[in-house]
Design a protein around this ligand. Sequence first.
Ligand code: FAD
Ligand code: NAD
Length: 465
Amino acid sequence: MSYDLIVIGSGPGGYTGAIRAAQLGLKTAVVEKDKSLGGTCLNVGCIPSKALLDSSEHYHFAKEEMSVHGVKTSSVSLDLKTMMGRKSKIVKELTGGIQYLFKKNKIDRFEGVGSFLSPNKVQVKNGSDTQVIEGKNIMIATGSVPNSLPNIPLDGKRIISSTEALSLDKLPKKLLIVGGGYIGLEMASVWSRLGTEVIVLEYADRLCPMMDQELSKNLFKVLQKQKIKFLLESAVQKVNVTKSGAELFYKDKNDKTLSLKGDYVLLAVGRQPYVQNLGLKKAGIQTDKQGFIPVDKHWRTKTHSHIFAIGDVIGGTMLAHKAEEEGVAVAEVIAGQAGHVNYETVPSVIYTWPEVASVGKTEEELKTKGVKYKSGKFPFTANGRAKALGSTEGFVKVLADNNTDQILGVHILGPRASDMIAEAVVAMEFGASSEDLARSFHAHPTLSEVMREAALNVDKRARQI
Ligand code: FAD
Ligand code: NAD
């Protein structure tokens, strides 16, 4: 069989790219090795983690905060099995939805491991069955898998990755998390809300080292108040697996070796590109030192202009929406359109409570680049809707160019920051100034008014709400 486009991998990059290609009239096939479509994001990433974050937040709210609203319950207890079942149901519905979209868009789905036989031929191997399909164009969207540490291999039992941490069937007493980044903080939130003692060990001197420092410092304080323990500047050395758990050895900032015992050690120290069994050599494609597939500005591989790569497997920000935009752009490039991704406006969100959301440059980046900027900040404490919600921690910070007033970055720690950041993304996409944000209507009372007040405060003219 022959196609205009073969996509290898059905994660957010692959399935979105395939749908866009089909919309543009390209005969499209998707090869996916797993039974379930949707890749890391839908099966063991974004979706199950957000389902558990929401469920655990409800549990915590019912237990600790509901009575403040005058709502009393006699007792609140955890039914982890139901919580996990709900998560799995959401995953099933969404992954099933992709199957439906493939049918609707007349995309052929091949189940099996895809590997290059030549630059245009892909073999699909599913057990003892093999098929060969041919593509005028091929999009590699094979994603990423969790990192382990050199002397600490993941065993999936006591030394676990996010995949297992999203499916524990019993509440752990104590969870040791290595890495204070996205996964570390989201999983720490889930399990500590449910009643597990959580300790996060981070190598750097702050959480999420790439985040705007003011945001990172405030997030640290907020999460500490939630009883998550942090050991910063800690270098994890080794883990001994015991009968009932694991003992982790680390060096603290004074170079002293210490140890901790826990039910599990969760490694959340980043992810690596996945190109195993892809037969890249047969297509003449080489990876870089870290295993990523190098591409040009139109996502074409160096050796073949008809073989593209997108998403986690090419590196950069490893986020679902970044992979999606690249998938769409490649489909459009193949169809003769421009195909464009604005990497300056990729938002990032960490779904702790309060949430953290950022887009554009951090203050540190602007300082390093010598860009002169103005900063406007406004707290949620002064916002009516945040008070009504009972969630007033955090602030919005708008960074704008000193001369032109163009928005260069927006950083939020606060309730529903994940939804609020969209306004900043659109503003930046249109090259808006802080004055544009400040003069735009924001319905009252909403959390989004904090964005407006922060924009007003770029010129120090916020009003109290
Ligand atoms: P993937 O989603 O990894 O998909 C790759 C697919 O390719 C897989 O289905 C794989 O089976 C398939 N494949 C690989 N090799 C082959 C082969 N040879 N043949 C056939 N099929 C193959 N991002 C966000 O933006 N927001 C979030 O909230 C978020 N939360 C996350 C939470 C967790 C716990 C994790 C682990 C990640 C999270 N991410 C989140 C990151 C997000 O999941 C990834 O950035 C995204 O899935 C990358 O998409 P992709 O299409 O590049 O690859
Ligand atoms: P990460 O890069 O976000 O964080 C890894 C953390 O581990 C860093 O803070 C790093 O300093 C620390 N670290 C590295 N080696 C260490 C060591 N030996 N000891 C102690 N700390 C160490 O990676 P992650 O949390 O594993 O997540 C992987 C990727 O998945 C993220 O980069 C992100 O792209 C994606 N993700 C996104 C979301 C979201 O969008 N909400 C959620 C989860 C995952």
